[in-house]
Ligand binder design. Structure first.
Ligand SMILES: Nc1ncnc2c1ncn2[C@@H]1O[C@H](COP(=O)(O)OP(=O)(O)O)[C@@H](O)[C@H]1O
Ligand SMILES: [Mg+2]
Length: 220
């Protein structure tokens, strides 16, 4: 579960990027967060992984109060989340396979299991033939799919994706959302930030609408 209570986020002295947001995303829910550029979608996702901290208000994610979460608990907390960053954040010196398998290596997952899971998710995103390529050899859409595979490989409790289809053609974008729906059906809570109205019109479900940092519609 994700819960925000009266969350405000102000970067330096600008207008609030998020203003008094109160919101619950239930376990196993699938929801879109939408709104125009600058609405606060990315800020909201960054708060949920504690990459940013709110100026005021409280946030609960997987039963943790992010305000009181100690720095040494952060890796364990984040391990349970799958995150697709808007800018991918792939490691340029590692292959596709290594980018996807790296976290499992750090966690001590046995080699055979690492390979099995990495191959599986790379097949899901259609990159089984690019495993030995480096990120710079890939198109933007392929890099995006590596980022998606990496987010799924750990079977996260919550999947958070920021514009995960931004570099994909519509057909592939639909495939990715359908994949997220399958992941959701297996028990993962999924939150997708997108400004793509077509995608939302196609898939529907719960749509949380932000504008200028304010909650316009919580979709429930
Ligand atoms: N690191 C930052 N420093 C200062 N302002 C920021 C930062 N990140 C986002 N903002 C501002 O916060 C607002 C919301 O941005 P963002 O969360 O990226 O919106 P969206 O993802 O919906 O486009 C915008 O006005 C943006 O300029
Ligand atoms: Mg954004």
């Amino acid at each position: 579960m994700i819960r925000l209570y009266h969350v405000t986020k102000t970067y330096r002295r600008e207008a609030a990027a998020l203003q008094d947001l109160t919101l619950t995303v239930h376990p196993r829910q699938f929801c879109f967060i939408t709104g125009p550029s600058g609405a606060g979608k990315s800020t909201l996702l960054k708060l949920l992984i504690r990459e940013e901290r709110p100026s005021s208000g409280q946030i609960l994610v997987t039963g943790r109060n992010l305000d009181t979460l100690a720095a040494r608990q952060l890796p364990y907390f984040r391990r349970r989340l799958g995150v697709v960053f808007q800018d991918f954040r792939l490691i340029p010196t590692r292959t596709v396979y290594e980018n996807v398998a790296l976290l499992m290596t750090l966690q001590g997952v046995p080699l055979k299991e690492r390979k099995r899971r990495a191959f599986e998710v790379l097949r899901w995103v259609g990159l089984q033939n690019r495993m030995t390529a480096f990120p710079e050899e890939l198109s933007g859409g392929e890099q995006q799919r590596v980022a998606i595979a990496r987010a799924l490989v750990n079977r996260p409790v919550i999947l958070l994706a920021d514009e995960p289809t931004g570099n994909l053609d519509p057909e592939l974008a639909h495939d990715i959302i359908r994949l997220f729906q399958e992941v959701n059906a297996s028990g993962t809570t999924v939150v997708v930030a997108t400004h793509d109205k077509g995608l939302i019109a196609t898939f529907g479900g719960r749509v949380i609408l932000l504008d200028h940092g304010r909650l316009v519609d919580d979709g429930e």
